[in-house]
Design a protein around this ligand. Structure first.
Ligand code: C2E
Ligand code: CA
Ligand code: CA
Ligand code: CA
Length: 278
C-alpha cells in the first residue's frame, strides 16, 4: 500500500470502487429517466366495505417504466431520487397527473377520491402550499376529493412545523391521511396535535389479525381512529377473511390485493365502467 503525506495507508479497494461506480451509473440512469419522462402513475382502488366493496377512490403510486428493466417499483428508486433532490419535482408531477386523472373519472363518478403520497422533502418544501393550490386550480379537482398521505415518521420529524404546513394545506380544502398508521411511536399524543382526517392502518396489523375471534392490534387501532373521529382505511387486505373481519370491525374502507392491485389509469376506467353497468 502507498502512504500519502498524512501517513494513512491508501490502497485501491476494488469493492468500494465497484460500489461507487454502480452508484454513479444508477444516479445517471435515474437523471436520464427523469429527463426522458419515463415515469408513470398507477392507481390502486380503495373500496367501501359497507357498500358492497365498490371503488370510491384510488391511491396514486409512482412507477418507472425503464427501457431495459421494465416496470420498476418505487422502493428501488425513491431513496436515490430523494438523495438527488428530485422528489419534489417528481412528486409535483405525480400530483398534477393524479389530479387530472381524478377529474376525468369524476365526469361519471362525482366525488371520486384521489390519494397522493407526500414525502418528507415535499412537506418541508416552502413551495408546497402554492404548488398544491395551483394544481387544484389548473386541474379543477374539488379540493375535498384530494387526500394527501404522509407517513407518521414524516409528520413527526418536526411536529410543530408539520402542524403548521398541514393546517395551511387544510385551508386549501384538501384532506390529510396519516399513512402506515400505528408503525410510529407515540402516535396517540400526536394525533390530537395534527390536523388529520384519515388514518391508513398499516398492512402489518391487517395481516396479523387472528383467523377467528381474539383481539387484534387492527381492532385497537380502529378504536383509536374512532376516538379521534378519523376515517380509517385498512391497507394490505389480501384475502376475503380479512375483508370480512375488517368490515365487522367497522373499518369502513379498505385497499389491498384482495380487491385490486395497482394498475394503469385505463384499468381503473374499465373497472368503473363495469361497476356502473352492474
Ligand atoms: P404506501 O404508501 O404504503 O403504498 C402502499 C404499498 O403497498 C404500494 O406499494 C402497494 O402496491 C402495496 N400494496 C397494496 N396492496 C397490497 C397488499 O394487499 N399486499 C401487499 N403486500 N402490498 C400491497 P408500492 O406501489 O411499491 O409503493 C411503495 C411505497 O412507495 C408506498 O407505500 C409509498 O410510501 C411510496 N410511494 C409510492 N408512490 C409514491 C409517490 O408518488 N410519492 C411518494 N412520496 N411516495 C410514493
Ligand atoms: Ca400511501
Ligand atoms: Ca401505507
Ligand atoms: Ca408503506
Amino acid at each position: 500500500a502507498k502512504r500519502d503525506g498524512g501517513g494513512v495507508a491508501r490502497r485501491f479497494d476494488p469493492v468500494l470502487f465497484a460500489k461507487a461506480e454502480q452508484r454513479r451509473l444508477a444516479e445517471q440512469d435515474l437523471m436520464r429517466g427523469l429527463e426522458a419522462g419515463e415515469f408513470e402513475v398507477h392507481y390502486q382502488p380503495i373500496v367501501d366495505l359497507d357498500n358492497g366493496g365498490i371503488t370510491v377512490g384510488v391511491e396514486a403510486l409512482v412507477r418507472w417504466r425503464h427501457p431495459e428493466k421494465g416496470l420498476v417499483p418505487p422502493a428501488l428508486f425513491l431513496d436515490l431520487a430523494e438523495q438527488l433532490g428530485q422528489v419534489p419535482r417528481l412528486g409535483g408531477w405525480v400530483l398534477e397527473e393524479a389530479c387530472r386523472q381524478a377529474l376525468a373519472w369524476q365526469d361519471r363518478h362525482p366525488g371520486f377520491e384521489m390519494n397522493v403520497n407526500l414525502s418528507a422533502s415535499q412537506l418541508t418544501n416552502p413551495k408546497l402550499i402554492d404548488e398544491v393550490r395551483e394544481v387544484l386550480e389548473r386541474t379543477g379537482l374539488p379540493p375535498q376529493d384530494l387526500v394527501l398521505e404522509l407517513t407518521e415518521s414524516v409528520a413527526l420529524t418536526d411536529l410543530v412545523e408539520s402542524a403548521r404546513v398541514l393546517s395551511q394545506l387544510k385551508e386549501l380544502g384538501v384532506r390529510i391521511a396519516l399513512d402506515d398508521f400505528g408503525t410510529g411511536f407515540s402516535s396517540l399524543s400526536h394525533l390530537s396535535t395534527l390536523p388529520v382526517d384519515v388514518v391508513k392502518i398499516d398492512r402489518s396489523f391487517v395481516q396479523a389479525m387472528p383467523e377467528t375471534g381474539g383481539a387484534s392490534v387492527a381492532e385497537a387501532v380502529l378504536h383509536i381512529a374512532r376516538t379521534f373521529n378519523l376515517s380509517p382505511v385498512a391497507e394490505g387486505v389480501e384475502d376475503a377473511g380479512q375483508a370480512e373481519r375488517l368490515k365487522d370491525l367497522g373499518a369502513g374502507r379498505a385497499q389491498g390485493y384482495h380487491f385490486a392491485r395497482p394498475m394503469p389509469a385505463i384499468g381503473v376506467t374499465e373497472l368503473l365502467d363495469k361497476q356502473s353497468a352492474e
